[in-house]
Design a protein around this ligand. Structure first.
Ligand code: ZN
Length: 173
């Protein structure tokens, strides 16, 4: 348990990097034999790329590090329950253990809407451990969206470049 919290704190540090640049604060790390070999934070707005989720970036970095698409001895830590794309990438990369913090009842595909990680019809299944640092992982999201509400006036003045209200709708629990 302590080990999981240690690495979830590193995923949270990634989430704070996203927050600092106005991205929805979600972070992930991939750990191999006790070492972080991939890190990522949400960059969807910055890159205007729908695949730039924290987990995708961390998985890409980990695969490059190992020189293999098979991340068989790895654990991925992510602050928010993986979505349909990221859960799919976890299945495709054969990651055996997924640890996440906050649940995502609107979009989570690792137990909430469905669970692609334990789906018996796939040839790979992962062990899912949820709720590690849950409070901290969900608080950073709640605070982010509370800030957006406060900044709505700024948005009307054109200060905030993309439509954060739409994003808030999307993420709202
Ligand atoms: Zn995702």
């Amino acid at each position: 348990m302590m080990k999981h919290e240690f690495f979830m704190k590193q995923a949270l540090a990634e989430a704070r990097k996203a927050e600092a640049i106005g991205e929805v604060p979600i972070g992930a790390v991939v750990v191999h034999q006790g070492e972080v070999i991939g890190r990522g934070h949400n960059l969807r707005e910055t890159e205007q790329n729908p695949t730039y989720h924290a987990e995708m970036i961390a998985i890409n970095e980990a695969a490059a590090h190992l020189g293999s698409w098979r991340l068989e001895d790895c654990i991925i830590y992510v602050t928010l329950e993986p979505c349909v794309m990221c859960a799919g990438a976890i299945v495709m990369s054969r990651i055996p253990v997924v640890v996440y913090g906050a649940t995502d009842p609107k979009g989570g595909c690792s137990g909430s809407l469905m669970n692609l990680l334990t789906e018996q019809r796939f040839n790979h299944r992962a062990t899912v451990i949820k709720g590690i640092c849950q409070e901290e992982c969900s608080m950073i999201l709640t605070a982010f969206f509370r800030n957006i509400r406060k900044n709505k006036v700024a948005r009307h003045k054109g200060v905030v470049k993309w439509d954060m209200a739409a994003k808030e709708e999307e993420m709202k629990e």
